[in-house]
Design a protein around this ligand. Structure first.
Ligand code: CO8
Length: 261
């Protein structure tokens, strides 16, 4: 794996773990970290040995406590918009990443940190995790997709409550709202995320990529067009070696071994 300054990246048995690594700043997402996240996306998407990704934060306290406020403080209108668009692009590429991405939220996921978690496909949290969009207390709106993904995940009422109060919520409340998929004791979180990612890594890679595409694109389309997209992707699966292997393995009463073709 390449060397990064603000990230730790390790890959083993089909699963890459990307750790945001500025614990002294609660893993606040500065420009350099975004640039490295963009670089790691490219590297991991091209690496056929990697079939699932876990994103987590270094240290005891934070997944990511937001965008780097020191950098934002210096933004003018044009710079703020450009910075937001750049970050949105990086998060949109995680959302569209063709391999499952699991967020292991191990502490504060605030502002840009919550937005990064929401761009991942599945969110697991530790019991001590806290979520929130506190931008309002900085005189800001979220800028990395938070107003949109939050409302889509938890509904408009709960999203506006979080956006307008800036309040932090517990992992248990985030679970109730559907913002996270499951909650684990802190010491079990990474193990649980790795176990889930390993299971996902063993699934048929093309079918996984098409599920991500169908949900990501389809949920923004009229139902009829989205179902048409689904049928097209289903047809593509039917042309794959993995479909032959999966159906044959079922009929032969054995486990399938998928190759991603
Ligand atoms: N940016 C920069 N530095 C930060 C951030 C941050 N978001 N969060 C924490 N830090 C730093 C602190 O300044 C401190 O540094 P130092 O030791 O050098 O003073 C260090 O991390 C430790 O933080 P604290 O001492 O504050 O730790 P506490 O345990 O006392 O408090 C909190 C933890 C409650 C999480 C607190 O740090 C906090 O409130 N952080 C800010 C949370 C926040 O407001 N996040 C939203 C940021 S804005 C955002 O994400 C907008 C995204 C869209 C941008 C669009 C592009 C322009």
């Amino acid at each position: 794996m390449d060397e990064y300054k603000n990230l730790l990246v390790e890959a083993k048995d089909g699963v890459a773990v990307v750790t945001l690594n500025r614990p002294e700043k609660l893993n606040a997402l500065n420009r350099a970290t975004f640039e490295e996240l963009a670089a790691v996306q490219e590297a991991l998407s091209e690496d056929a040995a990697v079939r699932a990704v876990v994103i987590t934060g270094a240290g005891e306290k934070a997944f990511a406590a937001g965008a780097d406020i020191a950098e934002i403080a210096a933004c003018d209108a044009a710079g703020g918009k450009a910075t937001a668009l750049f970050g949105q692009g990086v998060f949109a590429r995680w959302e569209r990443f063709p391999k499952p991405v699991v967020a292991a939220v191990n502490g504060f996921a605030l502002g840009g940190g919550c937005e990064l978690a929401m761009a991942c496909h599945i969110r697991l949290a530790s019991e001590n995790a806290q979520f929130g969009q506190p931008e309002i207390d900085l005189g800001l709106t979220p800028g990395y997709g938070g107003t949109q993904r939050l409302a889509r995940l938890v509904g408009r009422g709960a999203a506006l409550e979080l956006l307008l109060t800036g309040d932090r919520i517990t992992a248990a409340r985030a679970r109730e709202l559907g913002l996270v998929n499951a909650v684990f004791p802190r010491e079990k979180l990474l193990e649980a995320a790795l176990a889930l990612a390993s299971r996902l890594a063993a699934k048929a890679p093309l079918a996984a990529a098409y599920c991500i595409e169908a949900v990501g694109l389809g949920s923004e389309m009229p139902l009829e067009e989205a179902c048409y997209l689904e049928a097209t992707l289903f047809g593509l699966c039917c042309a794959s070696e993995d479909m032959r292997e999966g159906t044959r393995a079922f009929l032969e009463k054995r486990k399938p071994l998928f190759c991603g073709r």
